[in-house]
Design a protein. Sequence first.
Length: 362
Amino acid sequence: MTKSENHEHSRVQELYRRMAYEAGINTDCTIDVHSESPGGYSHRDYIFELLKIEDLVNLITSSNLLGFSIKDIRNGKPILIRHPLAKYFGSITELFELVSSEYEYSPNVELFFKSCFKLELGKEYLRSPLAYGARPIRQFEIYNELIELIRTESRTQKFRSRVSSQRYKSAHRLESSKDLINEVFENYASVEALRIDFAFKYPEAEHITAEQARACFKRFLNNRRHNKALFKYFITYIWKLEWGPDKGYHFHLIFFYNGRYVCNDSYWSNQLCKYWEEITKGIGQSHDCNRDKDRYIRRGIGTITRKNDAKRKILVEDVVGYLTKTDQCLHLKKLGKDRCYGMGKVPEKSNAGRPRDEEEKT
């Protein structure tokens, strides 16, 4: 594996861990998360299981070995050599059962599922390498076929184009967000960056559609003019709409305030959370990262000055970078093709008064 490939794999692993963490922080929902994910997993565990598939496919595509090879044959029975990929043999059936028509997966995970379907592994239960499968071949041979198919398909132009397309989409979002953040710091010497999640309480969340969630967020933005005390020093925002079985539809948000007039970031983030509850007439709930910011080793929220390059870098790479890349791993199909990521504009200095209904860009 090359240095760049190893770096990319480490980055993907970190993404899955962050997604699993996000799925586990919400403790005030009453929905049974075990009923929503394939295989009876909680959403957090489901994400970790998908990471196993990522690791498997990465190992397959970065080597030329099979899972097993024949060392000798004694009394009509092959004596097997177990290669490093053999350790995944007993997990294949369970990993294949993770597939769901509700999601779009990363290229690696999608490749694994498609290869399993092509070999009709739904008819198999891989339990013993020397046992015979549904076809008159041994199960270690079926597993070797799966490895060879994944390796072959990963080299096709179609697969590589999909990988490139996802990376381009993520990179475009990140560059657009960087441009916005740079513009913010060009206009403001000090900024308060507030990281908040807006969601809905259960049982109401079970009936909220993506369109209704977007409508609530639009109402939140458009009604800023009626809450001048809260939004007088507001600059702009970045948003991402997602869905999870433990949260329903929810927004990941970064709000930027003028640090010249606003300090005490946790106070302002708390006020924004209260305003979300007001706008949603009590069915909204939120998670305030600024209130718990001391638990972050790399802290890219709170007070950030124009000259603090290190903290600005963390804001872009850790905070915004995470939001722009999560769709590379797992994307819910029912979010549809409507915009699920966007940002506001930086107001001109002369327009520091009444907030306007902004045209968002992506």
